[in-house]
Design a protein around this ligand. Structure first.
Ligand SMILES: *Cc1c(COP(=O)(O)O)cnc(C)c1O
Length: 391
């Protein structure tokens, strides 16, 4: 791709696409929104990095702390992977335990502990795990089924005292979108509390995607640690993790759990992120509008497929959704895997042909931005009704 503006992308050959990938959900305001471009420009001419604290870092942290009731302190890093990796180290350092519990089909970045049974690229390429990870690391990760609280209960009954933390995507979006059963999330909270493990919500996608206080605000769950990324960087590389003061004070230099980063808290990134979040904060109705637009699109797609006789199942949460080529409900990893990926591939290519860029995998989410218009949606539905004819 060569250029992006609003809801559109242009490739090197000048072809135009409506973008539903949006840098894997990062670009909630679309490409090159003027507020963000202006913020970056302002910073660019007064130095892009100092390796020490800047005002924007403080303002940014204060904003996150104010919006997320479970976060008293926040540490900036450079990617979602760094955020989850550091949060897990902190959970282990804080509890003095080693086991990590995660869920099949969730994705928490590419750090060693997470690449067992993971979603996103591993699921797309059908890799059960990645080579290059010492067995000893893999043995410290337990993988349970998403949305199956009884399984989590069983694991805690056996090994609860050894579990440092549970990391979960509160809305799974890396096996395609899979909404959580509310009793799944509440049970995770109860069990981690009962056994003294930390509950980590990986909100790298959901943070500022579902609302101003992430999925934890959306579902009303009080968590121990939160990881953020994607949207909070306004299109530049970023990550953050935060939580209760008594936990976060274990991070160096206050505490002994080491974590650092030369470019962390980079003011160029934080200016872009801050401008993005300010836009969302000052226009809270944007979330309802985004959800409404997404529903219009999803309803339209459902009716096109119903007419065509091709069975699909669509999961939507807020402004993200996935169209699965399967007649059954998709509510966990197993059901997601039953979707017909080759049919998805044909649909993806037919849509691309018509200038609509969907995620190039059955197991990724479609995202809308505030830049997507009613006309964009109408165009997409028209393209879809053409595309289904040749499936
Ligand atoms: C993208 C993603 C990550 C990793 O973030 P990177 O910036 O790619 O390292 C972690 N967790 C979730 C839920 C993600 O979607």
């Amino acid at each position: 791709m060569k250029r992006g503006q609003g809801s559109r992308l242009w490739d090197e050959e000048g072809r135009e696409y409506l973008d539903y990938v949006l840098s894997w959900g990062a670009l909630i305001l679309g490409h090159a929104p003027c507020e963000v471009v202006e913020a970056i420009k302002r910073r660019l001419f007064s130095g892009t990095h100092f390796g020490t604290c800047t005002e924007i870092e403080v303002l940014f942290a204060e904003m996150v702390v104010e919006l997320f009731s479970s976060v008293d302190m926040v540490r900036m890093v450079n990617s979602g992977t760094e955020a989850t990796m550091s949060a897990v180290r902190l959970a282990r350092g804080y509890t003095g335990r080693e086991l990590l519990l995660q869920f099949a089909g969730c994705y928490h970045g590419h750090a060693d502990p997470f690449l067992v049974g993971a979603g996103s690229g591993l699921l797309t390429y059908d890799l059960p795990e990645s080579p290059g990870i010492p067995r000893a690391v893999g043995e410290k990760t337990i993988v349970a089924e998403y949305n199956h609280p009884e399984m989590v209960e069983e694991i805690f009954a056996h090994r609860g005292e050894e579990i440092a933390g549970v990391i979960v995507e509160p809305v799974a979006a890396n096996m395609g979108v899979v909404p959580p059963r509310i009793e799944f999330l509440t049970r995770l909270r109860e069990l981690t509390r009962k056994y003294g493990a930390l509950l980590i919500f990986d909100e790298v996608i959901t943070g500022f995607r579902l609302g101003l206080s992430g999925a934890q605000g959306y579902y009303g769950i009080e968590v121990d640690l939160t990881t953020l990324g994607k949207i909070i960087g306004g299109g530049l590389p970023v990550g953050a993790y935060g939580g209760r003061r008594k936990i976060m004070e274990h991070v160096a230099p206050r505490g002994p759990v080491y974590q650092a980063g030369t470019l962390s808290g980079n003011p160029l990134v934080l200016e872009a992120g801050y401008a993005t979040l300010q836009k969302l904060i000052t226009h809270p109705s944007l979330y309802d509008e985004l959800e409404e637009k997404t529903k219009t699109l999803v309803d339209g797609l459902l009716s096109i497929f119903r007419t065509s006789g091709i069975s699909v199942w669509i999961n939507q949460v807020g402004s993200m959704f996935t169209l699965f080529f399967t007649p059954e409900p998709v509510n966990d990893y197993q059901s997601a895997r039953r979707a017909d990926t080759s049919l998805y591939g044909r649909f993806f290519r037919a849509m691309l042909e018509k200038g609509v860029y969907l995620p190039p995998s059955q197991f990724e989410a479609c995202f809308l931005s505030t830049a997507h218009t009613e006309e964009d949606l109408a165009y997409t539905l028209e393209a879809a009704s053409q595309a289904v004819k040749n499936l």
